[in-house]
Design a protein around this ligand. Structure first.
Ligand SMILES: [Zn+2]
Length: 247
């Protein structure tokens, strides 16, 4: 956590602050980023404020990532997770600046998630898995295609769904690609990969391959379980290599 920020932060119990600001401060100071909370805890912290649930929705519009079981499959039905704090709305000037945008923003996150079928557009991981598959713990986030700092907007077209891993990965590479560099890479692909890419482009998403699904499930096994799978796979690949070389 940024020390500088926490120095400037007012006390969430200060009733002179608006309830939205107080909820934001409560989330940061009492719950903390990366921790879960329930609606009951929220109601207990703000007794008598009947519209307190609405404050959560508003914070989401200010870029606060507050996940529920809809976006994070391992959460319980009444559980929520403060995945990431957004705009420091307690800072003077912030509230007015954002307020007029609120009317165009509601359900934007929902729209983006629905359009992207609740899956990461980069790796295809989804929080909504089929009934026969083990649930996979996926954190879905929204990301800007063109970053806000580079003049990007909060419009639907400029927002994509990414899993937290891909989001971190992609935002660490600051440079934006251009058409030539993308085309150079595409030209160098094998015909099969080019056809695969074309299919992804047509679908506007990359569904996970069976191997990627297996990898994602494998990564969620306990160490001794991983060893077991690794051992069996090693044996299978080795057997096949032996069979090929004896042909
Ligand atoms: Zn991803």
């Amino acid at each position: 956590m940024d020390l500088e920020k926490s120095h400037e932060r007012p006390d969430w119990r200060n009733e002179k602050l608006g309830s939205r600001i107080r909820v934001a401060l409560w989330l940061l100071e009492v719950i903390g980023e990366g921790n879960t909370f329930t609606k009951e805890q929220l109601h207990d912290a703000f007794p008598g404020i009947t519209t307190i649930d609405r404050r959560l929705r508003e914070l989401r519009e200010d870029g606060w990532v507050i996940d529920s079981d809809r976006t994070l499959s391992h959460l319980g039905a009444s559980e929520m997770l403060l995945t990431r704090a957004g705009e420091p709305i307690w800072e003077p000037g912030r509230v007015q600046l954002r307020r007029f945008k609120r009317f165009s923003a509601p359900q934007l996150r929902q729209k983006v998630l629905e359009r992207d079928s609740y899956s990461c557009v980069h790796c295809g991981l989804s929080s909504v898995e089929g009934p026969t598959e083990a649930p996979v713990n996926v954190v879905l986030e929204l990301a800007h295609v063109v970053p806000l700092a580079a003049g990007g907007s909060d419009d639907l077209d400029n927002l994509i769904t990414l899993c937290a891993n891909c989001h971190r990965l992609l935002s660490s590479g600051v440079q934006l690609p251009d058409v030539d560099s993308v085309w150079h890479l595409v030209q160098g692909l094998s015909p099969q990969d080019q056809a695969r890419l074309l299919a992804w482009i047509a679908m506007d998403r990359k569904p996970p391959t069976q191997a990627e699904k297996a990898w994602s499930l494998y990564r969620r096994l306990r160490p001794e379980q991983r060893t077991s799978v690794a051992h069996r796979l090693g044996q299978a690949v080795l057997d096949r290599t032996d069979a090929d070389s004896s042909d």
